[in-house]
Design a binder for this molecule. Structure first.
Ligand code: PGA
Length: 252
C-alpha cells in the first residue's frame, strides 16, 4: 500500500534546480495515482518560494524545525514561521539530525510539540542503528524513540503525525531493509500506536519506510499492509526517478 510518497533532498540542489524539479513534478502530477499524496522536503532557504508558488497538489515539508518558539535563537526557524510560509509538514528526528547535529530524544519531543501547537504536520522519523539491529534490539529502540517523541501527544493530535521508519543502516547505503524486515517493523510500530493511543489512531496513522528506496524495490517494500508509503532521499533528487517510485514503475 502507499498513500504518501515523500522526498527529502537533504542539502542538495540550487534554487534553479529546485524550481525545475517542481515544474517537472507539477506537470507529472496529473498522471500520478490520485490516491497517493506527494510530498517534498527542500532545503530551508527554498521553502517560502516553493510553498508559496504553484504546487499542483505537492505537499511541502521542512527538513527541520526549531524546538523553541520565537525569540533570541539565532539561526533557528519556528513551526509558526513555516506555517506562515505555507509549509505543510516538518521532518522531525531524522537520523542525520540526531547523529550529526546532536538532536536528542528530548529535543525531538519538543519539536513535535511545537509543530502540533502550530498546526504543522509532523513526519516523525525513527530508526535503529546497525549495532541494535545485529543485537536484535530494533523494537526496543523504536519503542523508546516513539514513547519519548510522542509523550504528551493526545489522541486527536495524532491526525497531524506521520511516522517514518528509517533503519539507519539502510539510509544512503544502498542496503535496503528486506520487505519482510520492513513489514515486521511497521507491524510493530502500528501495534505500539494501538497500545499507546487506540486502534483507530493506529489504523489511521501513515507509517512510511525510508532507506535506499528506489524504483526497483519500492513496489516490494510497499507491499505490506502496514507500509503506507516511503520517505525517499537520493532517489527523490531526479523527478523522473521519484515519479517511478510513486507509480510503482520499476523500469530504469
Ligand atoms: P535514502 O535516504 O533514500 O537516500 O537512503 C532516506 C532518508 O534519509 O530519508
Amino acid at each position: 500500500m502507499r498513500n504518501i510518497v515523500a522526498g527529502n533532498w537533504k542539502s542538495n540542489k540550487s534554487i534553479s534546480e529546485a524550481r525545475e524539479w517542481m515544474l517537472e513534478m507539477g506537470k507529472a502530477m496529473v498522471n500520478m495515482p490520485q490516491d497517493v499524496k506527494v510530498m517534498i522536503a527542500p532545503p530551508a532557504p527554498y521553502l517560502s518560494e516553493l510553498a508559496g508558488g504553484k504546487r499542483n497538489g505537492i505537499l511541502i515539508a521542512s527538513q527541520n524545525v526549531s524546538s523553541f518558539s520565537e525569540g533570541a535563537y539565532t539561526g533557528e526557524f519556528t513551526a509558526e514561521m513555516l506555517v506562515s510560509c505555507g509549509v505543510d509538514f516538518a521532518l522531525v528526528g531524522h537520523s542525520e539530525r540526531r547523529a550529526d547535529f546532536g538532536e536528542t530524544d528530548e529535543m525531538v519531543a519538543k519539536k513535535v510539540r511545537r509543530c502540533l501547537d502550530s498546526n504543522l504536520g509532523v513526519v516523525l522519523c525513527c530508526g535503529e542503528n546497525l549495532f541494535s539491529r545485529d543485537e536484535g534490539n530494533q523494537e526496543s529502540v523504536i519503542k523508546a524513540q516513539l514513547m519519548s517523541a510522542l509523550e504528551g501527544v493526545g489522541l486527536e493530535e495524532m491526525t497531524g503525525v506521520v511516522v517514518a521508519y528509517e533503519p539507519i543502516w539502510a539510509i544512503g547505503t544502498g542496503r535496503t531493509a528486506s520487505a519482510q524486515q520492513a513489514a515486521e517493523m511497521h507491524f510493530y510500530i502500528r501495534s505500539f500506536l494501538s497500545e499507546r493511543f487506540s486502534g483507530d489512531v493506529a489504523a489511521e496513522t501513515s507509517i512510511l519506510y525510508g532507506g535506499s528506496c528506489k524504483p526497483s524495490n519500492a513496489k516490494e517494500l510497499f507491499s505490506s499492509p502496514d507500509v503506507d508509503g516511503g520517505l525517499i532521499g537520493g532517489a527523490s533528487l531526479e523527478s523522473s526517478v521519484f515519479q517511478k517510485i510513486i507509480e510503482f514503475d520499476s523500469s530504469l
